[in-house]
Design a protein around this ligand. Structure first.
Ligand SMILES: Cc1cc2nc3c(=O)[nH]c(=O)nc-3n(C[C@H](O)[C@H](O)[C@H](O)COP(=O)(O)O)c2cc1C
Length: 405
């Protein structure tokens, strides 16, 4: 367990996250208990929130493949390494951050807790981890910026088929301190998710998840033109919003130069990223177009069932273009070529269970877990996570399907 008087704490460039373990172990002495078990957090969700957050495309085969791919790789710990001054720090798009971990863009946070995106982005800034706001967020760009304070923060775009609206969103994002743009390309509409369909579980049709639009002057004009008062008929307005950004309208590569140029013009050249890349060909195309970063992601298995495991895609992509573009990934995959990872469902479980405190609890626990792992397995910095620290055996490590995976 971490000793709070350990002299090395003062020498470290990142906090002794590991002390969060001691804080929780100590609670019994004070007659209190830790907030909740971070290993079982998802068991505590309400049904609606659980369905939307846990559902995957089809029979969850790609979701399982994602997990199995992780299971095939094991860390090889090293002994008697002086890890006392280890650092979890890294940089992303010129921001120095506490760890190579960001808050993935996740829409409609208010279905999990009324505190929504404001609470999540506040915790991100406290921990000095980047926060990424979704176009399908349930809090306006301006309110998230104010809760997130110094940031860093990025804006995830579901691109409308209305260029004036896109420009308005990008301008608001930039003026409010969102200084990288992440275009998600794997979700022109939701994949077929049985549980959500069967339970008619679609918050956008209940008036949630349109706040980024409802607070936008261009979108408000579009509503009025259609005879919708966005302050009165929120269900009609939010339905129109989600029809504007999703619902089967695909973009193609030809539009990317326009978007890059527009964003760079507005932001003075800040990074542009594409999220949802799974093929080496698409990754190469991003390099050719001058895209600054890619997020290798299959939307946590929620879009194309039967698709390859994202971790396997990462290995191929990192090998092909890892030197030429900043490669990011969903969940922990630094040793297989990602420079940075985004975490999604974990903080949703925390938000659902205990709002802002729940988000803080799961993210501090994750940082403590990483810090402790580095301490006991002989890793001193993010740069130590590379292919050499892994053993991979596709035959012996099989994760069987389990209920509610
Ligand atoms: C409930 C839910 C909502 C999501 N909403 C968005 C979104 O609005 N925009 C987006 O780009 N990705 C969205 N994603 C995908 C995440 O950003 C990310 O790719 C993935 O969830 C990370 O994997 P993890 O949940 O296993 O950590 C969503 C994922 C979930 C589970």
């Amino acid at each position: 367990m971490s000793d709070p008087t350990n002299p090395h704490i003062k020498e470290r460039t990142t906090p002794q996250w590991a002390l969060y373990q001691r804080e929780n172990f100590w609670k019994q002495n004070e007659g209190t208990t830790p907030l909740f078990n971070t290993g079982k957090a998802k068991e505590k969700l309400s049904e609606g929130g659980w369905y939307y957050a846990s559902s995957n495309a089809g029979m969850s085969n790609t979701h399982l493949a994602n997990r199995q791919a992780f299971y095939r790789h094991r860390l090889i710990p090293n002994q008697l390494i002086d890890t006392n001054n280890r650092s979890t720090k890294t940089t992303i798009f010129n921001h120095s951050v506490s760890a190579p971990i960001g808050f993935a863009p996740i829409g409609i946070n208010k279905i999990y807790n009324p505190a929504g995106e404001a609470a999540v982005s506040k915790v991100a800034s406290e921990l000095n981890l980047p926060y990424c706001l979704s176009t399908a967020g349930s809090t306006s760009i301006e309110k998230v910026a104010s809760a997130n304070g110094p940031g860093p923060r990025f804006f995830q775009l579901y691109m409308p088929h209305d260029d004036e609206l896109t420009v308005s969103l990008l301008t608001r994002a930039w003026e409010n301190g969102f200084d990288a743009l992440i275009l998600t390309t794997d979700t022109w509409q939701l994949g077929w998710r049985h549980d959500d369909v069967a339970s008619s579980n679609y918050a956008f049709y209940r008036g949630f998840g349109a706040d980024v639009g409802l607070s936008d002057p261009v979108f408000r004009r579009r509503c009025v033109a259609d005879g919708i008062d966005p302050d009165v008929d929120v269900v009609a307005a939010s339905t129109k919003w989600i029809d504007s950004v999703w619902h089967g309208r695909a973009w193609s590569w030809e539009k990317i130069p326009w978007l890059m140029e527009t964003w760079r013009g507005i932001s003075g050249g800040r990074p542009f990223v594409i999220k949802g890349i799974q093929s080496v060909g698409d990754a190469r195309r991003c390099v050719e177009l001058g895209v600054e970063g890619i997020v290798v992601s299959n939307h946590a298995g929620r879009q194309v069932d039967g698709a390859v495991a994202s971790l396997d895609a990462l290995e191929r992509i990192a090998e092909a273009v890892g030197e030429r573009i900043y490669v990011m990934f969903d969940s922990g995959a630094l040793a297989l070529g990602a420079r940075f990872v985004f975490i999604g469902r974990l903080w949703i479980w925390g938000l659902s269970i205990q709002g802002e405190d729940g988000v803080r609890h799961v993210m501090k626990s994750l940082l403590a877990d990483l810090d402790i792992l580095m301490g006991v397995a002989g890793f001193n910095g993010v740069e130590d996570f590379n292919r050499d620290i892994l053993e991979s055996d596709p035959k012996n490590y099989t994760l069987m399907p389990q209920k509610n995976l």
